[in-house]
Design a protein around this ligand. Sequence first.
Ligand SMILES: [Zn+2]
Length: 1150
Amino acid sequence: MSVNQQAHTGLPYGQPQPGYQGYQQSGYGGQQMPGVHHSQYGAYNGPLPGYQQPAPPQGTLRAPPTSGAPLPTSGAPVPAGQPVYSQFGQGDVQNGIATSAVQMQRPSASQPFIPGTAPTPVSQPATFQQYGPPPTSAQQLTNHMAGMQIGSSTSAPPPAGLGYGPPTSVPPASGSFTATGSGLYTSYSSSQGPPPVTMTHGLPPTSLSQGLSLAQPAFSGPPLSAQRLPQAPGFVPPPCSTGIGPSSYPPTTGAPRPSTMQGSQLPGQALTGLPTSQPNHVSSPPPHPSMSGPAMTGLQGPPPPTHPSQSGYQMQQNGSFGQVRGPQPNYGGAYPGTPNYGSQPAPPPPPKRLDPDSIPSPQLSELPPQQKPRHRIDPDAIPSPIQVIEDDRNNRGSEPFITGVRGQVPPLVTTNFLVKDQGNASPRYIRCTSYNIPCTSDMAKQSQVPLAAVIKPLATLPTDEAPPYLVDHGEPGPIRCNRCKAYMCPFMQFIEGGRRFQCCFCSCVTEVPPHYFQHLDHTGKRVDFYDRPELSLGSYEFLATVSYCKNNKFPNPPAFIFMIDVSYNAVKSGLVRLICEELKSLLDYLPREGNMEESAIRVGFVTYNKVLHFYNVKSSLAQPQMMVVSDVADMFVPLLDGFLVNVNESRTVIVSLLDQIPEMFADTRETETVFAPVIQAGMEALKAAECAGKLFIFHTSLPIAEAPGKLKNRDDRKLINTDKEKTLFQPQTSFYSNLAKDCVAQGCCVDLFLFPNQYLDVATLGVVPYQTGGTIYKYAYFQLETDQERFLNDLRKDVQKEVGFDAVMRVRTSTGIRATDFFGAFYMSNTTDVELAGLDCDKTITVEFRHDDKLSEDSGALLQCALLYTNCAGQRRLRIHNLSLNCCTQLADLYRNCETDTLINFLAKFAYRGVLNNPVKTVRDTLINQCAQILACYRKNCASPSSAGQLILPECMKLLPVYLNCVLKSDVLQPGAEVTTDDRAYIRQLVSSMDVAETNVFFYPRLLPLTKVDVDSDTLPAAIRNSEERLSKGDMYLLENGLNIFVWVGVNVQQGLIQNLFGVSSFNHISSTLSTLPVLENPFSKRVRSIIDMFQAQRSRYMKLIIVKQEDKLEMLFKHFLVEDKSMSGGASYVDFLCHMHKEIRQLLS
Ligand SMILES: [Zn+2]
């Protein structure tokens, strides 16, 4: 271990500092198993490869932070109770990071959707176009949906770069919170506040006006804690929801399922249970409901209101914003310069191409037959996820994403792209729902677009991207703002020749410690700018000093404790033997710090059923010793010395133990287990060893043995769709929450591997893993033959993955917004600090922001996520991620810079938390209503007047309906009969800490046609949309959703292909019990298997492979994932849902 101990104290004051030598990469991982990335990086000696020094920032000085109403954020994480300073010196305002790069925006491939025509990417000039029939009432009856238009608006980027434009005065802003309780956003009314800060920028640096009286935070109102709603906020119907009847949609109960649907369960399958007698109609397109007559009155209406206020600001989309994304000619002026975004006369409406016979409706069944419309929407005419994904890949996959510019929307998560950190955190670490935040809470509230960031602080980067550099400031530790305790970052502004810096978050001015002093160059930038990661990069790490450690003591290296259920089922299924065999080799792959020769992690072993067995595996012993604790009511650890050991020192004893365990319990008759005492034991052992760590618990059954935390079987499917359904998601006792709290205090993270043969109450057993930042894996009906590969791969990945311990995360924001709500697997004892006993590289924490003041377009908004954690070597570290966002005064700018995948990630987490306290139907209705409001707001404020019969979607959100529908019909919110209570609780917790890429594929699976696979190319065949009518009987398909991979085989597939892939002579000979594809030496087999391997490597869990033959009973399971179709549980098809959303939007607008 070669920690850079170079002290940076005592550098000659005023002397230019030589190139900063020896930044270390925070590398992780032990001896890596194949496929696990491990890289070491050389010293950080300046700009990264390809890291171009920006041109002198002529005229691009970033405005200094405005001093609005800083919040009293106490310094976190330690030491607390810092005095609040109000140092507002005057001095030269200097810029932060230079921003000369061209502002990048998502390419404006806009796509007008003309019903009845296939979507064709069209590059539109900046002209206003209107499609669809004119809103004449006569025509509307028959073709109001024919004229349904999916407008795709893209537009020029907002010019709110870093400091363009003339001096801008920030209006005084302050006020008080008004808890409305009726919407997602607390309103904020302006009143008095500190004097405005007048910013001047441009060269030469100008003086910041002095005498800012910001000593006290200028916001009055309820205490911060009152801002956190006790329950999931937003389940009160939002204010604009009048007119949407609570029972309008979707139906609370799906169509009753035939009893035969409750068929036998698929062993080992997460989504267990199979309908056994379902007809299969793959060959025929699914019948769209045929409707007749002038129904769908809800979709008609008066001509849309025009918005006189928009004259001169024709925010039409439909490609009218054009493709050109270069610098806007109007940038020079103060934004909004109100450029005329094209207001050419509309072209004549395109010829009607829709079969006017299909307007499916979710309420179809409720309509009298004579009212059923006859119209049919061409599914090719509605926004296609595949097309959007492909377009983004083509437009953004080839260029690196350079993070030097504020408010850039990154490429989609489905696009492969390289990231170059030039001052903002990579989107692999942080993704936002929008990269342009409304300046006021009123605007935010009006749009209903949630402002949230999905943060993955320890994300694994691709091999060609550098992990965060390690900065060691020696004894004094990281440089921080005196008041808000924000860490030094590229947005801090050095003033007074470099002797002080002004905080970009709270505007407080802090002295630069002598050892950190550096001269400024003529642009006001420190001359060591490019030598210091914390000045020039968006992400980096600080080596934490002892004051960042518990009890002012450097931590011991963490420990892993393996705790194996040895009750009857676990032994009989072969699980115990499997685990013990695997551990023998896996212990050589414990995570280790970059260049360490061996892992510093110590290991311990416990087995249990109704009692616990501890093992002494001290290296000096010839044989391991077992100590039994049968008093599980008051758990204690019977041995200290010899329980947690170094693997290499105790290898012989450990191997002997792992050999003996399966034999010792081979004849067990014990079927009952305890659970809470197991966690207590692990936690107590870590406490005794004074270290953090992780428990790997392998558990098989509901803990019914007499012990603390004993559970009863309370599964009751009759509660589904009742007001008590939420109890299925709630723990049955508070015991585990209290236990989790103790675990967090000890830095004891719990990973739980479940192998249930029946209900075991995941909702309750999952509490401790969830609140300690751990992971749950579930292998229902575990069978060695079919499930061991998946389990072992998960275990290997889980043991080896990068993980931080005893962590605290704090998100600081610049004045104007504040982190108010948090989602994920963690514990919070106050309103700001996210406590994580453990945090691994796959976990995200989602943070929602709300306004507490006005934002300014000049300053934008800044986020700084600081994660204090203990790494696998026991070193205390601070990982810092910074991100700067734009702010807007025009709603159109918000809608142009949204990220729908992140929005869906947030909405799913929001909804999945909501089911804990609300009826599921309420949660669904709230989601629908919120999205309808988002889209209605766009229609009202950003789209040019057009027929009410047209559905107009913002370009960046055109997939919102299809993805939202997938969330609505997911197992948590609308379970099919085959979905168990445990499945739902499991999925609920799983999704809560998923990243955006995972939720994207989870809700809208990837479906590839295998006959289109090019065996000679690495390129994947184009994916197809998830609908049965897209499947061909003569093809085979691969479908993955992050948990499962299906291979669907059509009945008419060529025999040669079947032979090549399955090694059998015909369709009938394919075994649907295969859990892997046979290894065959032909190009097609190799290529398909390599695609599957590639998918597996991309996901945090090993996916179970399921072979589905067309018209086989397993096909119903597969169809569950064809998410554009109507689902068996009553979920709407995409077409139907889009019509429904359209209706909701029209109701909101009328
Ligand atoms: Zn500050």
